[in-house]
Design a protein around this ligand. Sequence first.
Ligand code: BGC
Length: 464
Amino acid sequence: MIPALLLAFVPSALGISVWGQCGGTNWSGSGSCDSGLSCSSVNPYYSQCVSGAAGPTATSTKPVSTSVSTSARPTTTTSGAGTTLTTSRTATATSPTTSAAGASGAAGNFFAGRQLYANPYYASEIAAAIPSLPSSLKAKASAVAKIGTFVWLDTAAKVPTMDTYLADIEKQNAAGASPEIIGGFVVYDLPNRDCAALASNGELTVANDGLTKYKAYVDSIAAIVKKHSKTKIVLLVEPDSLGNLVTNLGVAKCQEAHDAYISGVEYALKTLNFDNVAMYIDGAHSGWLGWPANIGPAADLFASVYAGAGKPKALRGLVTDVSNYNGFDLASKPVYTESNPNYDEKHYINALAPLLEAQGFPAHFIVDQGRSGVQPTAQLQQGDWCNVIGTGFGIRPTTNTGDPLVDAFVWVKPGGESDGTSDTSAARYDAHCGYADALKPAPEAGKWFQAYFEQLLQNANPAL
Ligand code: BGC
């Protein structure tokens, strides 16, 4: 069999060669890719031939929405990359008291010498899972319950839990917790959430005055932060948002979300700019924005949002690989990363940071490694983001990253919670959750997925 990478360079008269368009709205050409390639949907308007035989073809009449984490590839001119990023809003001239860099260096790294809260909600999910685990995995599961993870504020109704958890952290710190405990939360309720996919669509929409409601949601978080001013809090701002504005403006729901995403994220950055807070905005991942056609426009957008929010002191930088599976510093380039030079998070971050710095945003990074234990992954395409088969828990949270740009490896996605349902009749069913490399049957995004948790325990690397 000819390896997929070789096929990329073998011309064929039979079908469309690698990266060629093979489908999408109004596409009247052929949908047949060269042998060894498959036609993969980048967004409803554009499908291209990629190596491997993964995923549904894009020739079906129902547009397959791309996932957030999937719109990995630069798609020539169809992505809209770079065309809308700086035009909708002029960066404000608000002058910061201290920039992200000013607050930074090791001193601005909240993770240094501290531990992230192992929240009771995740611990309760694990406690409920333990009785049905094979006995060889029970102790490993208990060990995971003690690892600090982030609490996802994925609905307005969950915001009050933050108050409870912070009060608990304060109690434990007052009782002498060592190292000191810090709280970690994911701010995740933008209108038209997860606009290029379906699995994590949220409760707010742009059409239903979602931006106003979103601001109220952010205000309620701010009120709780204020109440707990002695506790250090890390906030991850809106996974699945700005990355979509870089590559997925061809998707109507993302186009509609454009201004709301920018206003919403900037509002959150301004409103949550407290001394006891360190924020990281979501920077997608290497296999998405690391592509040469995407990284420049991505840097422009992140820098523009940073400036637009008034260069808030509490904005420490970016979090990458959230809910994804990429390795940090790989010994060799996995085949499914195709020709992307930034094939792991370290390459991506080290390519992105200077671009941000050049625009006055001296960002630091944290990287989700919670489900990145198995490298290379068994992904058929790097864009496959839903409950990928064969993954394992990854590097334990640490500030020992070996990279001065990287504050910490963290676990953001609570391993064992689903990425999306495989029930094809569900309103939030996304085709990615039906792919051959997605574990099935899978419950709705965020719900407990016992078989997946078991897989992560079994394949944990380092072992638990
Ligand atoms: C879901 C959220 C969930 C989060 C963490 C996201 O994919 O949409 O509801 O809180 O994952 O599991």
